[in-house]
Design a protein around this ligand. Structure first.
Ligand SMILES: Nc1ncnc2c1ncn2[C@@H]1O[C@H](COP(=O)(O)OP(=O)(O)OP(=O)(O)O)[C@@H](O)[C@H]1O
Ligand SMILES: [Mg+2]
Length: 444
């Protein structure tokens, strides 16, 4: 893999040297600059992938450098370091295009982590902080189809246009919604998800839009809705196809007007929320049937992202197994296992109706119950093995049919002369006789 170049812009000599030592150990090519001017000169002269810059420097400061670098080449990633980081300065830096920010004083590990994460991103790998409510997770994308999807996600992540994610059950729609938030300049703000099919209408309404004290019986105190909680960040509305006509109408208003009133309230709250929706239903069909508002559909579906089913990208399976193996083994305090070639092939040939989630469940189970350190064919669940058998059974039958026909044709063409027929088929007389018996071929 190509070595990435990191330019460190830092006026404190000792700190710069420490960063240089640690980051070159991680495999980066390092360039040093002691102020913004020098840093920018070097960046314009040679290819730099990542800029790690202090904000406070003599002359041109880190923010100025960030601005110029982004103007020069938006694909150069910038990480800022500052002793005065408030949430505001951090968010400002992100809005101006910084990839990350680090508060001083820092642990060196923190810097290495931020640089490594940025490097992964350059290589189209996304790490999703806090995914799955457990710990961060990598978005596996080895296949060309997933790589193309990540490119698209990167491209649209900073726009405010609403995103509509489609895909079969378990393909990774939620993880992708989360990844888009992580890629965007809203990543320091909340990512709030709502499962629209889990709640009855009235509950969903108060979850989404909130209420004032006394809005209805049982409203003992003000409650902020999920839209309000997501302000400045992203709201992910899952299973959007299941919402009732009333919620559809309210949602349309909130999205169009970018403001809302809590239930029973009069105060108007303005919203800056990126809306991502997902569904495994075909909303277009629901629109045709008249159960989903067309105007809302067009509002939501500004940028459609289609997540391909796992069977269309078997190249991802190996890496997904590694990921799930490592997550499960951390969770259960065991060591991850390897997988044999045959077992991997069987998994790659299975059609995966439950997609990535099904694979995740299978790996978790195998890790816990299989005996050896290497997962073998016989450790796989019967449905996958059966699939293998069906496949090889069919193949065998097909081969036999073709073989029988070839033999019959050859014998006929040779007018029943077995020696000639065997010659034509390129096999010995003996083996032709065996096959004649096997297929019950009449020699005349
Ligand atoms: N590309 C991927 N890399 C790593 N993990 C993945 C990937 N895709 C999916 N997963 C994991 O698979 C599981 C299912 O993904 P997710 O919940 O995002 O699917 P979904 O499409 O939202 O499913 P559903 O339609 O059932 O809501 C999750 O644990 C998720 O972390
Ligand atoms: Mg989901």
């Amino acid at each position: 893999m190509k070595q990435l170049t990191v330019l460190i812009a830092e006026d404190e000599k000792n700190l710069a040297l420490l960063l240089e030592r640690v980051l070159s150990k991680e495999g980066y090519l390092i360039r040093l600059a002691s102020d913004g001017e020098e840093a920018f000169r070097r960046i314009s002269e040679e290819k730099v992938d990542i800029v790690l810059t202090d904000i406070k420097m003599p002359g041109k400061d880190g923010i100025e450098l960030l601005k110029q670098v982004k103007e020069l080449d938006a694909s150069i990633e910038v990480i800022v370091m500052t002793a005065f980081a408030t949430v505001d300065t951090a968010i400002n830096a992100l809005k101006m295009g910084a990839r990350d920010y680090i508060r001083k004083p820092f642990d060196i590990e923190e810097v290495v982590g931020a640089v490594n994460k940025t490097a992964m991103l350059i290589r189209n790998t996304v790490f999703i902080e806090g995914a799955n409510d457990v710990f961060g997770q990598m978005l596996v994308a080895k296949s060309e189809k997933m790589k193309a999807l990540i490119k698209m996600m990167k491209k649209v992540s900073n726009s405010v246009a609403n995103i509509y994610i489609l895909g079969e059950t378990g393909v990774g729609k939620e993880l992708i919604a989360h990844a888009i938030h992580e890629l965007s300049d809203r990543r320091e703000m909340p990512f709030i998800k709502v499962n629209c099919s889990a709640l009855p209408e009235t509950l969903l309404e108060s979850e989404l839009f909130g209420y004032e004290k006394g809005a209805f019986t049982g409203a003992f105190a003000r409650k902020l809705g999920r839209f309000e909680l997501a302000n400045g960040g992203t709201i992910f509305l899952d299973e959007i196809g299941d919402i009732s006509p009333l919620i559809q109408l309210k949602l349309l208003r909130v999205i169009q007007q970018k403001e809302l009133e809590r239930l029973g309230g009069t105060q108007t709250i303005s919203l800056d929320v990126r809306v991502i929706t997902a569904t495994n239903k075909n909303l277009e069909d629901l629109v045709k049937e008249g159960t989903f508002r067309e105007d809302l559909y067009y509002r939501l579906n500004v940028i459609p992202l289609v997540v391909p089913p796992l069977r269309e990208r078997p190249e991802d399976i190996k890496e997904l197994i590694k990921t799930f193996m490592s997550i499960s083994s951390t969770l259960y305090h065991t060591t991850p296992k390897e997988i044999s070639k045959e077992a991997l092939e069987a998994l790659a040939g299975y059609p995966w109706p439950g997609n990535v989630r099904e694979l995740e469940n299978i790996i978790e189970r195998i890790l816990l119950i299989s005996e050896g350190q290497i997962i073998q064919l016989e450790d796989l669940p019967p449905k996958i093995l059966r699939n293998e058998e069906v496949l090889s059974d069919n193949l065998e039958k097909y081969k036999e049919t073709v073989e029988e026909k070839l033999i019959r044709d050859a014998i006929k063409a040779a007018d029943g002369n077995i020696t000639k027929a065997a010659e034509k088929l390129g096999i010995s007389r003996r083996s032709l006789h065996r096959k004649i018996n096997k297929y019950n071929v009449n020699e005349n």
